[in-house]
Design a protein around this ligand. Structure first.
Ligand code: BGC
Length: 912
């Protein structure tokens, strides 16, 4: 029997309270054993809890994703119950076709937040004196406090806390933490958008009693010191917060307490908390009955701030996992180092320690060891140091809350010898912190090194999706670099449900782009002030304005994403400085382009093999071609569609004139140049393209000996390009190569995340001398998209995965592989295995595909020309398998060892 198993609104987690949409679109997932089941209609019932008004609609449609809200729009704070029932037609296990109607889903609660600025009946309150510690202008965190008396005889029906801060906050009621959000409100372009959070505090408040509410606020992104500019007070120089507590009583009375001058403030035990530098907690400064609480001031500009308040678009940052210490290391110099065995973003918690008052314990965070000691040079100016000072009043438990670090190792100094709990691994826990996106995709195969690579990619995504998509979580950057997410977008959208978080980030991108006059700044939110290249047009980075909304549309099928971004896409294209004669990029100054290809010297990351303008122009032709598709998808006027068709054709021709020889060689004889030209369809004829394909393969086999030669721009496309021209086996060889530079080189060096540079750590174990050397950058992990889409062959056909494809290309030394993508419709799964068939004396390929209800899958079996279209259900095939040449050999001069005499393992190691 088909069942509706999950219902949600927009990109929110089911049952999220305080959503910002008055007519949120609704999606659901169905589950059941039916084969070839297609939904024929749906029914949505909305029960308005205020006056029991019921809206219900029945629509004949197979849509189950982002369908329109039925009936009356929600008002601020309104609650409704929503249920979904579907009908459809499919076959049972015996193949008997019938139509059926599901039971109605369990009701989900939909609750609007504060939808109008006037709903905020409160003020922005701030300490009445500066919290800055000079000369650095760090702000010492503050605690705000107020008491709420709840009436004696009436029970509380519903209580909500709506809250945000200038800074990052944590709220507590009667000493227990409110909600599970971390680093709230996260980071947005605060000058234009400040998200508020809604918490259910019904269980926190005690009826008939005095309730104490406390809100701690630290500098966070609002007035903390950010990035390499290390400027403080970027958005304002005052810590503060805005809150409304709304308590509805059973007798229908409502008590509303806002942030107002009835609050008081004091400094508590957190004496310092910076995102980059770390947190210092001095237990001697704990708040107590004698603490002097000072008056607050209400900010006179509140009405202009209240217009900026907006509900979040996606899930919050949370603690998502905990780690035990894997090992305690004694370093050569005698230091004590905790090794968590995994590089991640977050912090550590100390389960128990006690010692004399004033005992100071320091925790220095680092990603790697060099010569057995923690390597902190890559952190640059970020101190990444937490400090705990004991009060001598017995054991304390401690963890920070207003900072985070990117680390695997922690050097501990000052642990008191007299502590009843000695420094053992049991005393610490690693806490993983990031935006709590739902996992949607995975991959596994028979090669443990590839599995580790995939795991590293997932971990780099987890470490860099902390509110916004960042470059790295450790050094003095942690910025929303547009190019990084642009090249990784495809992989990200497969691995996790990024739609909510990136919807939010893209809103900020549009804001910052407008403020920069159409150019997309390099980082979003933009905080680099007059930093040189910050607001100049950069291909690949700025192309995110077109490419990321397109990627999200492809994954979610949400056309409104394209509608919302269409003007921004046009503005971006119009802002690109063009050559008057060709319309290509005007060649003027340096471009980031194929940033950090392996030939770039440590101190010159743009000095790549591939001409920077050739890269820019390849992307320009590509994004213009995307505009043709987007204008058509949005049904723009014929004139507008023709404009982009003409632009696209002209630019392709100009590109060819500038960079392609008549037979198909490129002006730059590099992996990146050929990969982009093949993948972006830049050739004028199939002959040119196959000539180019041969040349690319030749370069890889002869000049590069299977080593990678691409940077940020070429890396996502190399594998896809080789597959497109039927040379997947060449890419298998590159992917499985282990010598530096390659994807598996870091894995063989013990990496647990993706590195920024192909050689962030050199083969001798020393850290790359470049001052830009992170061990947790997702960009080069964009190769995972090839693992999903080619090794397993899993990809959408229609935007949104209603129709998807399974077209696996087994190869390399893999014996099996499997992948799963949780689409809105359910799980799309593929697994293949190579088996020996002794009867036939040959290898067979066994393939299993799971197709969710209400979708279709085009299955393309290796070796066959056509695809089979199947509906929901589990299906298996077994076909003859004729492996391609493996390993593909390098083209070597005759004096090198005869490679076919070498063991495969050695071949992969050395590129023979
Ligand atoms: C960042 C990169 C970024 C680049 C562009 C670096 O410092 O870490 O990932 O895209 O700058 O300039």
């Amino acid at each position: 029997m088909v069942q509706v198993v999950k219902v949600w609104c927009e990109h929110h987690e089911p049952n999220t309270i305080g959503i910002g949409e008055s007519q949120p679109r609704i999606s659901w997932t169905t589950a059941g054993e039916e084969r070839d089941w297609q939904q024929t209609s749906y029914e949505i019932e909305v029960t308005h809890l205020d006056g029991s008004l019921i809206d219900s609609v029945k629509v004949d449609s197979s849509d189950s994703r982002l369908v329109p809200w039925p009936g009356k729009a929600l008002t601020s704070r309104e609650q409704v119950n929503l249920r979904v029932r579907v009908s459809g037609v499919g076959a049972d296990a015996a193949g008997v076709v019938s139509s059926n109607i599901s039971e109605a889903s369990a009701p989900i609660r939909v609750e609007a937040g504060l939808l109008q600025p006037e709903d905020w009946k409160c003020s922005l309150i701030e300490p009445n004196e500066s919290t800055e510690i000079l000369p650095e202008k760090r702000h010492r965190p503050v605690t705000f406090r107020r008491h709420i008396q709840c009436p004696i005889d009436v029970a509380i029906a519903r209580a909500r806390l709506y809250i945000t801060a200038h800074g990052i906050y944590e709220a507590r009621i009667n000493d227990s933490r409110v909600g599970d959000h971390i680093l709230a409100p996260g980071w947005t372009s605060y000058q234009s958008r400040l998200t508020y959070q809604t918490y259910d505090i019904t269980p926190n408040l005690l009826s008939g009693q005095d309730n104490e509410i406390q809100v701690d606020v630290a500098e966070g992104w609002f007035c903390g010191s950010l990035a390499f500019t290390r400027r403080h007070n970027i958005y304002g120089s005052r810590l503060g917060f805005i809150a409304m507590i709304v308590v509805e009583l059973e007798n229908r009375e409502t008590i509303c307490i806002g942030s107002d001058d009835g609050w008081r403030w004091a400094h508590g035990p957190i004496v310092e908390a910076g995102l980059l530098d770390g947190e210092t907690y001095d237990a001697r400064e704990m708040l107590h009955s004698e603490t002097v609480w000072k008056n607050v001031q209400t900010n006179q500009e509140f009405s202009s701030y209240s217009r900026l308040l907006t509900a979040p678009d996606g899930p919050p940052i949370r603690k998502t996992q905990e780690f035990e210490v894997r090992e305690i290391i004694k370093s050569p110099s005698g230091k004590t180092i905790l090794d968590f065995g995994q590089n991640f973003a977050g912090w550590i918690k100390v389960k128990q320690v006690d010692g004399a008052a004033g005992t100071t314990i320091k925790f220095q965070f680092a990603e790697v060891l060099e010569n057995g000691e923690i390597g902190t040079r890559p952190l640059r100016s970020a101190k990444c140091l937490d400090t705990l000072i004991l009060d001598g009043n017995g054991p304390i438990y401690w963890e920070p809350k207003f900072t985070f670090h990117g680390f695997r190792y922690v050097e501990v100094t000052g642990w008191p010898e007299e502590s009843k709990t000695p420094l053992t691994s049991q005393n610490f826990v690693g806490v993983v912190v990031h935006t709590d996106m739902q996992v949607t995709g995975n991959f596994r195969c028979s090669n443990p090194l590839l599995n580790q690579l995939h795991s590293n990619i997932v971990w780099s995504m987890r470490g860099n999706f902390v509110g916004i998509p960042t470059d790295c979580p450790q050094r003095d950057e942690r910025l929303g670099w547009t190019g990084d997410i642009n090249v990784f977008g495809d992989t990200a959208a497969y691995l996790f449900d990024v739609s909510g978080m990136l919807t939010s980030w893209l809103k900020d991108m549009v804001i910052e782009q407008k403020e920069a006059g159409g150019v997309v700044p390099l980082v979003i939110p933009y905080i680099l002030g007059d930093f040189g290249p910050g607001k100049s047009a950069e291909a690949v980075w700025g192309d995110v304005a077109v490419m990321l909304p397109w990627t999200l549309y492809t994954t979610t099928g949400d056309t409104s994403m394209l509608v919302r971004h269409y003007e921004s896409m046009k503005d971006w294209l119009n802002s690109i400085p063009r050559s008057e004669t060709t319309g290509l990029w005007k060649q003027d100054g340096f471009k980031l382009a194929d940033w950090l290809d392996p030939s770039a010297p440590p101190d010159d990351p743009v000095n790549a093999m591939t001409d920077m303008y050739m890269v820019c122009d390849s992307f320009l032709v590509h994004v213009t071609a995307l505009m043709v598709k987007i204008a058509a998808t949005l049904n723009k006027s014929q004139e507008e569609q023709k404009f982009y068709q003409d632009q696209s054709a002209n630019l392709r021709q100009m590109f060819a004139d500038e960079y392609i020889t008549p037979s198909g060689r490129l002006a730059c004889d590099t992996q990146t140049a050929y990969a982009l030209a093949i993948e972006f369809d830049l050739f004028n004829s199939p002959q040119q393209q196959s000539h180019a394909a041969e040349r690319l393969s030749m370069l890889i086999r002869q000049r590069n000996k299977f080593k990678i030669a691409t940077g940020f721009a070429g890396t996502p496309y190399l594998g896809h390009a080789l597959t497109k021209v039927g040379k997947s086996n060449v890419f298998y060889r590159m992917l499985l190569h282990r010598e530096c530079p390659s994807w598996l080189y870091p894995v063989t060096m013990g990496a647990t995340t993706v590195w920024e540079r192909w050689n962030s750590m050199l083969p001798d174990g020393s850290i790359n001398p470049g001052d830009m050397t992170s061990f947790n950058h997702y960009a080069l992990g964009s190769v995972a998209s090839w693992m999903h889409q080619t090794i397993c062959g899993l990809k959408p056909v229609d935007a949104g995965w209603k129709t998807f494809k399974v077209e696996p290309v087994p190869g390399g030394n893999l014996q099996w592989a499997e992948a799963e993508y949780h689409s809105v419709y359910g799980r799309c799964r593929v697994r293949w295995e190579i088996k020996n068939n002794p009867d036939k004396n040959q290898q067979m390929l066994w393939l299993e595909v799971v197709v969710p209800l209400n979708t279709k899958c085009h299955v393309h079996l290796p070796g066959s020309k056509d695809s089979i279209i199947v509906g929901s259900g589990i299906r298996q095939w077994e076909v003859d398998y004729h492996p391609e040449e493996w390993p593909v050999r390098a083209l070597l001069p005759p004096f090198k060892p005869a490679d076919d005499e070498l063991p495969v393992d050695e071949v992969l190691q050395h590129g023979w």
